[in-house]
Design a protein around this ligand. Structure first.
Ligand code: DSN
Length: 432
């Protein structure tokens, strides 16, 4: 870092401001986390220099012997973590993992089903503004109004009516365990592939706290930077028998022998060129960390913290979609608090608490305003905060939401946030 200070003081200053923002605020965005200093080091390491189109042992460039080792290590560690037979660690992001998986299993114009974005789904699960909504005929399914959980009765009805080629399960604001087994029953009923996007709970899946999709899903995608606490990136996996296990995909190219090779070829050259080898190295480090017993303790603490927060919110008359959480995330409908998601996000940000506004199921407001906020515990749990801090944080949030235009109160909350942050410092390694 001190080198950058000399060579580019302008950018150095910007980085310093971000470091200080991360230290001095409470990060409650459910999809964010703080990587270890080792992951940070690998992500900033010399492998950023290397072109390595292709896969270990089959590259289009010379000099790949060490990046091959790093990619093989990442793959082997990921297989062990998720009990997967096949892993591709090259997708630059979750969206690209989803794109490559979809392009493997369905053709343009085919019918797919995914959870409605406003009901907790993701852009790449069929939103009309995303490639998934533009390339495929999308039938979205929803959660039940009363339960806040996937409405399987309606999903089955829609699936029988529209005969999708593929169903996506998972989402970015779904507080409950993903019901892989029930999704499999629907997929089997209509002969569809089942794709799980476990980007949000993947850290919990890796440690067995959340059920595994592997026995039920034809293909599984994830990001690596949320509860899994790795660098930003994506990954595609398959369970025990990737050799065309269900006999539903016949690889077209004579050079491709099975589905795993088809997925590899969809990632590169299908949608990506050179892999980000520094990020793959950092993924290997993060997967190594996730294999350690401490990581299981960490993921247990994430859920305990989220459940504690959920109970506190409910006791203060907040409406949590689905009535609580099984995971790291809560989705809160603020309608009874007479504040929009946008206003809550802004007021909390002034107080040093970072959340995101979020549509709630059956929301009457636009995605730019919203009626809700999404809150998650992975990042604050990484800082070492526990049950006592969760209770304190909920009280701070509640006081801002109840009086969100009171600048003096927001100032006081900001001071309390600062005290909390100072007690749980981040990245000692970066201090001069
Ligand atoms: N943007 C991510 C999230 O916040 O959940 C999903 O891609």
């Amino acid at each position: 870092m001190s080198h950058l200070k000399q060579t580019d003081p302008e950018l150095f200053k910007i980085l310093g401001k971000e470091e200080s923002r991360e230290h001095n605020t409470l990060e409650l965005i459910a999809s964010e986390n703080f990587v270890s200093y080792s992951v940070l080091e690998a992500a900033g390491g010399v492998m950023t220099n290397k072109y390595a189109e292709g896969y270990p042992g089959k590259r289009y460039y010379g000099g790949c012997e060490h990046v091959d080792e790093a990619e093989n290590l990442a793959r082997e560690r990921a297989k062990k973590l998720f009990n997967a037979e096949y892993v591709n660690v090259q997708p630059h992001s979750g969206s690209q993992a989803n794109m490559a998986a979809l392009m493997t299993f369905v053709k343009v114009g085919d019918t797919i089903m995914g959870l409605d974005l406003a009901h907790g789904g993701h852009l790449t699960h069929g939103s009309p503004v995303n490639f998934s909504g533009r390339l495929y005929n999308v039938i979205s399914y929803q959660v039940g109004k009363e339960t806040g959980r996937v409405d399987f009765y309606n999903l089955m009805k829609l699936a029988k009516e529209h005969r999708p080629k593929l169903i996506i399960c998972g989402g970015s604001a779904y507080p409950r365990f993903i019901e892989f087994e029930q999704f499999r029953q629907v997929a089997d009923e209509v002969g569809a592939f089942l794709m799980a996007d476990i980007a949000h709970p993947s850290g919990l899946v890796a440690t067995g706290i959340h059920p595994s999709p592997m026995p039920y899903c034809d293909v599984v995608t994830t990001t690596t930077h949320k509860t899994l606490r790795g660098p930003r990136g994506g990954m595609i996996m398959m369970g025990k028998d990737p050799e065309n296990p269900w006999g539903k995909v016949a690889p077209k190219s004579g050079r491709v022998k099975n589905i795993s090779e088809l997925i590899d070829s969809m990632v590169m050259p299908g949608i990506q060129g050179g892999p980000l080898m520094h990020i793959i190295a950092a993924k290997a480090v993060a997967f190594g960390e996730a294999l350690k017993p401490e990581f299981k303790e960490y993921t247990k603490a994430i859920v305990k913290n989220a459940k504690t927060m959920a109970e506190e919110f409910i006791s203060l008359d907040y409406h949590l979609i689905s009535g609580g959480t099984d995971t790291h995330v809560m989705l809160i409908d603020l309608t009874n608090k007479n504040i929009t998601g946008k206003a809550a996000e802004n007021a909390l940000e002034k107080a040093g608490i970072t959340v995101n506004k979020n549509m709630v199921p059956f929301d009457q407001r636009s995605p730019f305003i919203t009626s809700g906020i999404r809150i998650g515990t992975p990042a604050i749990t990484t800082r070492g905060m526990g049950v006592a801090e969760m209770r304190k944080i909920v009280k701070l949030i509640d006081s801002v939401i109840n009086d969100h235009e009171n600048e003096a109160l927001i100032g006081n909350v900001k001071n309390s946030v600062q005290d909390l942050c100072n007690s749980f410092p981040l990245y000692d390694e970066l201090r001069d």
